[in-house]
Design a protein around this ligand. Structure first.
Ligand code: KG4
Ligand code: ZN
Length: 343
């Protein structure tokens, strides 16, 4: 069986062809990074228009690389939640059109569950039940993942997502978008103890929530003081950029690792799966590795190429197909954030 998976939740237009044995026959990701760079963040309307232009070429290239044609497909899967409304629509409409034209099943994919499923793919074995930590540009959530398709929310950010904080702090420091990789790179030359930035909720053992907005403001005050400021006109010494980047990154990693370990402790689970763009961060990966080793927890972190958005992780659709979860052409988008639970 061959399934085409489509991903267009945010600013990557992606497709993949995957077999029911989870063999990846092809995968294409068209990034929009350059389109959004000058705005230091994703502009929803630009993202939606770019998806419209790219979706068919991306699907065609994916099929070509897999050396198959549309008639060889047994199903089409598409991420329909959560994400940017205009972006989600493009993928969903394309998937519906293909299913209608070729009379094949349509499968819905939850993008957050898919980020965790990247760990299942890399492990090449079952990783459930586990605690799932999803850290991306739009989400910083902890879940009790009973199965690939049954997630219970444990906690999440009350304001900015971790990746969003990386992106905003990078802008303040004059570093290019996306901020995660730029901050990591700058931090290599910095002292992570140079500034003691806040770690919201970290000491609160009752809470599994995150908050990165105050941390972002603390960085702002450190580099620009209070009041209005044009960050692009600031001249920050290179060493200060590196020190702020390293200290900020350390604060984010402390919060993410601290709450992930607390979630494991509180849920009594012994496996942690981590996915999403921020999971590509080396300091976070090393820290989780060390903490999990010490706590006797099995850790699965998505491999680098499956951390940021891609369609390979849409292989979770195989699980849905096997569970008989097929959609009709009334399938809608669900842009909302925490609407995740038993499927
Ligand atoms: O999962 P993703 O591709 O898209 C969403 O679903 O949001 O995540 C993108 C986010 C961006 O905010 C980016 O700055 C962040 O992931 N990111 C990183 C790193 N690489 C990407 N954050 C920290 N360290 C990295 N190495
Ligand atoms: Zn994502």
């Amino acid at each position: 069986m061959k399934i085409l998976t489509i991903e267009s939740t945010c600013d990557e237009t992606a497709a993949a062809v995957i077999t029911d044995e989870f063999e990846v026959l092809s995968s294409v990701v068209a990034s929009q990074e350059q389109l959004h760079q000058k705005f230091n963040g994703v502009v929803p309307e630009i993202a939606a228009r770019a998806h419209v232009e790219r979706i068919l070429p991306v699907i065609n290239e994916t099929l070509e690389r897999a050396s198959i044609s549309l008639t060889d497909l047994d199903a089409v899967a598409v991420a329909n939640e959560p994400g940017l409304a205009g972006s989600l629509l493009v993928g969903v409409v394309a998937a519906k059109a293909l299913c209608l034209a070729h009379d094949i099943p349509l499968v819905a994919v939850n993008h957050l569950q898919a980020h965790i499923f990247a760990c299942r793919l890399a492990a090449e074995k079952n990783v459930f039940p586990c605690v799932g930590l999803i850290v991306s540009g739009g989400h910083s959530n902890l879940y009790k993942c009973n199965t690939a398709l049954d997630f219970t929310p444990l906690g999440g950010t009350i304001d900015d997502a971790a990746g969003e904080a990386f992106d905003k702090v990078a802008t303040m420091l004059g570093l290019p978008y996306p901020g995660g990789p730029s901050i990591s790179k700058a931090a290599l030359e910095g002292d992570n103890k140079a500034y003691s930035f806040p770690r919201p909720f970290l000491r609160d053992k009752e809470s599994l929530d995150f908050s990165f907005s105050g941390l972002k403001t603390a960085v702002r005050y450190e580099i620009a003081g209070q009041g209005q400021v044009d960050f692009s006109a600031l001249e920050i010494p290179e060493q200060k950029i590196a020190d702020v980047a390293a200290s900020f990154q350390a604060a984010v990693v402390d919060c993410l690792a601290g709450k992930a370990m607390l979630a494991l402790e509180r849920s009594g689970m012994d496996t942690l799966c981590v996915g999403g763009g921020v999971a590509a961060n080396h300091v976070l990966r090393d820290r989780l590795q060390a903490e999990c080793e010490q706590a006797g927890v099995t850790l699965h972190i998505a491999p680098f190429k499956l951390c940021t958005d891609n369609a390979v992780m849409g292989a979770i659709a195989i699980e849905r197909l096997q569970a008989g979860l097929i959609e009709d052409l009334s399938l809608d988008i669900s842009p909302g954030l925490m609407r995740i639970g038993k499927s």
